[in-house]
Design a protein around this ligand. Structure first.
Ligand SMILES: *Cc1c(COP(=O)(O)O)cnc(C)c1O
Length: 393
């Protein structure tokens, strides 16, 4: 078989065999609709609720605060749109950041067209939100603050506790897109002052097309999908039972292995970063040096095109990303890299490598060796690099 090294775990992860195994009976023998009354089907309702309880326990929440959705994008859409609508009488101002996932950014832009006013906070060169700026942006009509827990491109982890404190002090709802953080970083909703939290199965070795939204009890929020009585009437539609079983199993598994996984992955990541920075000149590490996801490394290589880099890595069986999956195919550099102040031409030469639970040191060595060779070759073909070398001999 052709060699493959998968370093794109921020885009998606492999569904763990243990998770697939837990899901399988729900496609075959346990196919009953959880809303049916006979025991054959009603036991699936118990299965769904057990996963709800398990997820709630991980977050320090109550089971009736967890709502299953079709993934991170849906959770983000629901949280922001429904909160905006439910709190419309109080005001029309929303605060978010320039580095959110498009599921938040495009939702915020949609709401602007509906008459809402949105403040997009800047971040510093490491990708951190300034909490003083946040506090200054608050107005009497501010109804929602939505700041992601950890960034999917550069891995920077935000000061969530401080943001939660500020939101609470001003009586404003706080939503966080924790799609990258949930399963990688310990999260307790009460201690962090989080009112709503989005997560997704396929980013934590669970299945795709399933996620959840945590909504704190007492938060006024309208139904997202109208129809049947599922998810306490707030998100209608027959439950994705296999998906929910998979998500719950993956969440429990991630919580159980989090500590040693984070330790192992961050050690490998640091090894990757130190080798790349030492062996490939004119390279910048993007994202915060320490406040970052354990599995994320993001580099900019001057005088190199990200697309060319990805294609050459692919030839060597290496799966990576030059930004977020949603922006590849577009010629614009990533909004996150621009927000941390990278000039266009440097943002274009960026590479995201995200490790997973299966990543081993030999793979990191193989990737760094390949990168060295590819970057060198691409630079030799670059007139900009030739010019630079002539001027800086
Ligand atoms: C992947 C991702 C999403 C979208 O989740 P889906 O389940 O793919 O819809 C949202 N936010 C962040 C930060 C992500 O990384």
């Amino acid at each position: 078989m052709e060699k493959m090294i998968y370093l794109d775990n921020a885009a998606t992860t492999r569904t763990a065999p243990e998770v697939v195994e837990a899901m399988l009976p729900y496609f075959t023998e346990n196919y009953g609709n959880p809303s049916s009354v006979y025991r054959f089907a009603a036991k699936n309702k118990c299965g769904v609720d057990r996963q709800r309880e398990a997820i709630a326990e991980i977050l320090g929440a109550n089971a009736n605060e967890i709502y299953f959705t079709a993934g991170g994008s849906e959770s983000d859409n629901w949280a922001v749109k429904a909160a905006a609508e439910a709190y419309r009488e109080k005001g029309n101002h929303i605060i978010t950041t320039k580095i959110e996932h498009h599921a938040i950014l495009h939702t915020a832009e949609y709401l602007e067209k509906q008459g809402y006013d949105v403040t997009y906070l800047d971040v510093d060169e490491d990708g951190l939100v300034d909490t003083d700026e946040l506090e200054k942006a608050i107005r009497p009509e501010t109804i929602l603050i939505s700041v992601m827990f950890a960034n999917n491109e550069i891995g920077t982890v935000q000061p969530i506790k401080e943001i939660g404190r500020i939101a609470k002090e001003h009586g404003i709802l706080f939503h966080t897109d924790a799609v990258q953080a949930f399963g990688q970083i310990p999260i307790q909703v009460d201690g962090l002052g989080i009112d709503m939290l989005s997560a997704s199965g396929h980013k934590l070795n669970g299945p795709k097309g399933i996620g959840f939204l945590y909504i704190r009890k007492g938060v006024k929020i309208r139904s997202f999908i109208h129809g049947g009585a599922q998810e306490r009437r707030r998100r209608a539609g027959t439950e994705n039972v296999p998906g929910i079983i998979g998500l719950g199993t993956a969440a429990k598994r991630a919580a159980r292995t989090m500590e040693e996984r984070a330790e192992r992955e961050s050690a490998l990541r640091d090894y990757l970063i130190s080798r790349v920075m030492a062996e490939i000149p004119h390279t910048k590490l993007n994202g915060h040096a320490t406040k970052r996801l354990p599995n994320n490394a993001n580099f900019s290589f001057r005088f190199v095109e990200g697309e060319a880099l990805l294609l050459n890595l692919d030839m060597k069986g290496i799966c990576a990303s030059s930004g977020s999956a949603c922006t590849s195919g577009s010629l614009d550099p990533s909004h996150v890299l621009l927000a941390i102040g990278l000039p266009h031409e440097i943002a274009h030469g960026s590479l995201r490598l995200t490790l997973g639970e299966d990543t081993v040191k030999e793979e990191i060595d193989y990737v760094v060796d390949a990168l060295k060779e590819i970057v060198k070759r691409l630079r030799e073909m670059s007139p900009l690099y030739e010019d630079f070398i002539r001027k800086n001999p």
